[in-house]
Design a protein around this ligand. Structure first.
Ligand code: NAD
Length: 415
């Protein structure tokens, strides 16, 4: 993952003509925090976990990024994702830098009480380096609104009422309307823009998705509402397909109840991994990283890939898709709707003023469409693909903000 995010950065840095020294400055995290989280289990035994927070860049504002509770959380992984957050927030032009972190833990092995104690201990260990004007965590893999509420409460015990320290909170604790479906909604807007560029529309479009969780399910629902057919959906247990289009709202109810799309009666079942090479117009990976690889990229049949997941395409696969003329809308643009509405949540918290859903949706739409256009225009200017263009746009914005903060005589090609 770290290799992939650096690879895409390096490609854009080369298009800009940045020196090795500037690349190194832009890639190196500002601060890496590693903490020991010791708590007691329900049975009174000591539990020990390791937590991380990687804070990558502050040039454009306080840092922002998710907290993941997963055994695979480590420094390299958090560093890669923190980098991506810097570029993502810059692509959509929200006033944040990038961070990421989490605890190396399998939350399934903890009771709710233990999970709460571990979360609170982690916050108390990192409280000096987070805050509404420093670094604002958010939900990520295996963390949710409830956990964000505990984080706000723990931080507020030390620093007073601070809803702006974390986003993705429950609505009754100053979360934002529209946050839950924000990433899926953003995916729908960038898909619409990419289609417009190709002189096509959503009407009758055949779409396949990997993943039907928060991002995939809302994206599928909103895209189907625009007239597209969701012809295949897969998750960790299997896939369902219907060439006439799945009934997405029935699938939504099924998945909410069974926690999988598997077993849905409104379609034929298939082995989940086949979804990546499904016969469709648009493929939306919305589950895991590194799923489109050198092994399957030649078999992808969609002409357009919208990266709703973070890092779903390996660099080798990216080259193959490019060579084959398949358009890829990159993750740092396609899934930025979530961090955009997180920004709205933070802005509401800072102002202590709640927006209505219509305002959230309207502002999100404006930002996503505008960001797509900005990336496409850089692509035309530099004669590069959309991913490289998104990185060029982001590096320019971050680099220019960093330079405007200091006096240097170096001539750095950021225009
Ligand atoms: P989620 O946990 O709600 O859903 C994940 C989905 O992926 C589930 O349907 C799960 O069954 C499926 N999945 C897991 N393993 C799989 C496998 N081996 N094969 C096929 N499907 C599998 O997660 P989410 O919030 O929807 O996030 C999905 C992706 O989008 C992640 O890469 C995440 O980092 C990224 N993302 C999420 C947000 C957000 O706002 N939630 C924002 C930006 C990016």
């Amino acid at each position: 993952m770290l290799e992939a995010s650096h690879h895409y950065f390096q490609k854009a840095a080369a298009a800009l003509g940045l020196s090795e020294k500037i690349r190194d400055i832009l890639l190196t995290p500002r601060r890496v925090v590693k903490v020991e989280v010791v708590t007691e289990s329900d049975a009174g035994e000591l539990l020990k976990h390791v937590g991380f927070r990687v804070q990558h860049n502050t040039a454009r504002g306080p840092m922002k990024g998710g907290l993941r509770f997963h055994p695979a959380v480590d420094e390299d992984h958090a560093t890669a994702l923190a980098n991506l957050m810097t570029w993502k927030t810059a692509v959509v032009d929200v006033p944040f830098g990038g961070a990421k972190g989490g605890i190396s833990v399998d939350p399934a092995g903890l009771s709710t009480g233990e999970l709460q104690t571990v979360t609170r201990e982690f916050v108390s260990q990192i409280k000096e380096v987070i805050g509404p004007t420093i670094d604002i965590p958010a939900p990520d893999m295996n963390t949710n609104a409830t956990i964000m509420g505990w984080i706000m409460d723990e931080y507020s015990k030390h620093y007073g009422f601070s809803p702006g320290v974390v986003t993705g909170k429950p609505l009754q604790l100053f979360g934002s309307p529209g946050r839950e479906e924000a990433t899926g909604r953003g995916v729908m807007y960038v898909l619409e823009e990419a289609l417009k560029d190709q002189g096509r529309s959503m009407q009758g479009l055949r779409v396949a998705l990997q993943g039907f969780g928060n991002v995939g399910s809302h994206a599928a629902r909103l895209i189907a509402e625009q007239g597209a057919k969701i012809v295949a959906v897969a998750d960790h247990l299997g896939g369902v397909s219907n060439p006439d289009g799945l009934d997405v709202s029935a699938l939504f109810d099924h998945a909410r109840e069974k926690r999988t799309v598997d077993g849905f009666v409104g379609g034929d079942s298939f082995a989940g991994e086949e979804v990546l090479t499904w016969d469709c117009d648009v493929l939306i990976p919305a589950a895991l990283e590194d799923v489109i690889t050198a092994e399957n990229a030649r078999d992808v049949r969609a002409g357009l890939v919208i990266e709703a997941a973070n890092g779903p395409t390996t660099p080798e696969a990216d080259e193959i898709l490019l060579e084959r003329g398949i358009t890829v809308v990159p993750d740092i643009l396609a899934n930025a709707g979530g961090v955009t509405v997180s920004y709205f949540e933070w802005a509401q918290n800072i102002q202590q003023y709640q927006w209505e859903l219509e305002r959230v949706v309207g502002e999100l739409e404006k930002i996503m469409r505008r960001s797509y256009a900005a990336v496409r225009d850089v692509g035309k200017e530099k004669q590069v693909d959309l991913r490289t263009a998104a990185f060029v746009l982001a590096i320019r914005r971050v680099g220019q903000a960093a330079l405007a903060r200091r006096h240097t005589r170096e001539d750095i090609p950021l225009d």
